[in-house]
Design a protein around this ligand. Structure first.
Ligand SMILES: C[S@@+](CC[C@H](N)C(=O)[O-])C[C@H]1O[C@@H](n2cnc3c(N)ncnc32)[C@H](O)[C@@H]1O
Length: 250
């Protein structure tokens, strides 16, 4: 854990967004115009010319929050010829990263659960255009995924979504159905001393004043849910504050 923290700190300090022009070769002025056309960004996506999208993840002033999450989840460096599914992709940072790492196909899905507030697909569309990306996007609820609907995926990203779900076990079962190799789970968790598997239910907005947060599980419970859903090999990758990451295999 200490080593990981040190690693993240070093990497964070070294982090510099690329000064190169984006793959689309769009001018800096056009990139800035497009970024400003999006009402709300969640992710801080590198879009060339040393620019990042002004994402709210981790606070608007914190330039490395999305990048730090990338370090914490330990996405495989080489995704050559892999099909990747990103569930709850929002602006698509992790989908674009999977593409950069060689994925042959990336599908980003999101249900836009706060459509009326701040999440829509405009950030994804703008980033996709600037990055000249081939990532596909579908408005889809995690409960609606099945191998019949979307096929199988070598790698599935399930980042920052579990605690937003009323039916987390059902979602994990659906995810297990479409996962071929690896599912990466990143989530809020409750770091309690309980030896039993415990789920804390937030009926209103008790968790971070956000009424879309329903569940907080302790480690025992997350691991039990993952096994019950069909992931037999579970490896804890990192813990930081109230966030935890697992790599899950069937
Ligand atoms: C906290 S954000 C995480 C975004 C991104 N995965 C990340 O880690 O930065 C949660 C995302 O999950 C999406 N989401 C919530 N419930 C969902 C559901 N039932 N099906 C699909 N996406 C969902 C939201 O619309 C939102 O984009």
């Amino acid at each position: 854990m200490k080593l990981l923290k040190k690693f993240c700190k070093q990497k964070k300090e070294e982090y510099q967004p690329s000064q190169e022009s984006p793959k689309s070769l769009m001018s800096k002025e056009e990139v800035i115009r497009l970024i400003n056309s999006v009402p709300f960004w969640w992710h801080k996506i590198e879009v060339g010319y040393g620019l990042l999208t002004p994402g709210h993840q981790g606070g608007i002033e914190n330039k490395t929050a999305t990048y730090e999450t990338l370090l914490r989840i330990e996405m495989p460096e080489n995704l050559n010829n892999k099909r990747v599914l990103d569930i709850g992709a929002w602006d698509g940072y992790f989908s674009f990263e999977a593409e950069k790492r060689g994925a042959s196909e990336v599908l980003a899905i999101d249900s836009h659960y706060r459509l009326e507030k701040d999440s829509d697909k405009s950030g994804f569309e703008v980033a996709k255009k600037i990055l000249a990306s081939n990532v596909k996007y579908q408005i889809m609820d995690v409960y609606d995924i099945s191998n019949k609907n979307i096929g199988y995926y070598d790698v599935v990203l399930f980042l920052g979504v579990l605690y937003h779900l009323k039916h987390p076990l059902l979602a994990l079962e659906k995810i297990a159905e479409v996962t071929k190799e690896l599912m990466i789970l990143e989530t809020f968790y409750v770091n309690d001393d309980n030896k039993k598997a415990v789920g804390y239910f937030y009926e209103k907005d008790e968790l971070n004043k956000d009424s879309t947060n329903w569940w907080g599980f302790n480690k025992k419970c997350i691991e039990a849910l993952l096994r019950t859903a069909g992931f037999n090999k579970i490896k804890k990758i990192s813990e930081r504050g109230d966030r935890i990451v697992y790599h899950c295999f069937k």
